[in-house]
Design a protein. Structure first.
Length: 273
């Protein structure tokens, strides 16, 4: 994407390799887009973010060839931002899309302003079309490397830490019936169906509020034991109480575990806006 801080483009008077320009813009776009995804808690996979970043990098390299100037150039650059965000995320509504796009723009301006300030204090000059260079390496590349290190450290920490399982009381309503069940929020539950977080209940509980044989929709999950499919349905609402307050979520997506007993495994994104 051609934004304020995507720094390497290819004027004909400059000797800049196309590969380096693509790498720089991809790294910068991926860094900003992935940070926006984390802040917005978007369920999109990393591969999708990478694909959108590649699209943005190609646009940034090709854009100078159109020789647009003035308002046209500004308009195209502004429009490209929401397009890249649309390609890089999974959204169940406009609010989720707006949230990620706003986060992406915020990071873009924050990082851009921060770089300008930092490099100005360091006595390094910014050249339009060239950006900032660190030891002959565009700044987007070390930023990308730092992000990868953070992602790796985060995943490692998630594996090492013990998940705190706080038991909550749940009441699930569907079709004029209700199911009272104990459950807990599991940070390892990342299951989603078309971008909607899925919470899982045992078969013995599901039959009290719905006939599983009539369910057609399924979601594929991956566990240590292998991959399998769970039937999913949309319940009218769920009430979750921790003993101090009760939260209500309407139109909640429920997955049915093949196991006969157990509690509700709640998705940690269930209570997010």
């Amino acid at each position: 994407m051609f934004c304020i801080i995507c720094s390497v483009i290819i004027p004909f008077t400059m000797q800049v390799y196309v590969e380096l320009a693509l790498a720089e813009n991809f790294c910068m776009d991926f860094t900003l887009l992935y940070c926006a995804k984390l802040v917005a808690k978007n369920p999109a996979r990393t591969a999708r973010v990478a694909a959108a970043s590649a699209l943005g990098a190609c646009f940034a390299v090709v854009f100078p060839l159109f020789a647009l100037k003035g308002l046209w150039a500004i308009a195209v650059k502004i429009i490209s931002c929401p397009i890249i965000c649309l390609a890089g995320g999974k959204f169940k509504g406009f609010k989720a899309y707006f949230k990620m796009t706003a986060a992406f723009l915020a990071f873009t301006f924050a990082v851009g302003g921060g770089l300008i300030a930092a490099f100005s204090l360091a006595g390094l000059d910014y050249k339009s079309g060239e950006g900032y260079l660190l030891s002959s390496v565009p700044v987007g590349i070390p930023l990308f490397a730092a992000l990868i290190a953070v992602i790796f450290a985060r995943k490692l920490a998630d594996r090492l830490k013990k998940t705190k399982k706080q038991t909550v009381s749940c009441v699930i309503f569907n079709g004029g019936r209700k199911l009272e069940i104990q459950g807990f929020f599991d940070s390892g539950n990342k299951v989603s169906f078309h971008g909607v977080p899925v919470s899982v209940i045992p078969l013995s509980g599901a039959v009290k509020i719905i006939d599983p044989t009539g369910i057609k929709e399924q979601v594929k999950i991956h566990t240590v034991a292998g991959s399998k499919k769970l039937k999913v349905f949309t319940a009218e609402k769920i009430e979750i109480s921790d003993g101090e307050k009760t939260d209500t979520v309407e139109n909640v997506m429920i997955g049915i575990s093949p196991y006969a007993s157990g509690g509700a495994v709640l998705n940690p994104d269930l209570l997010e806006d």
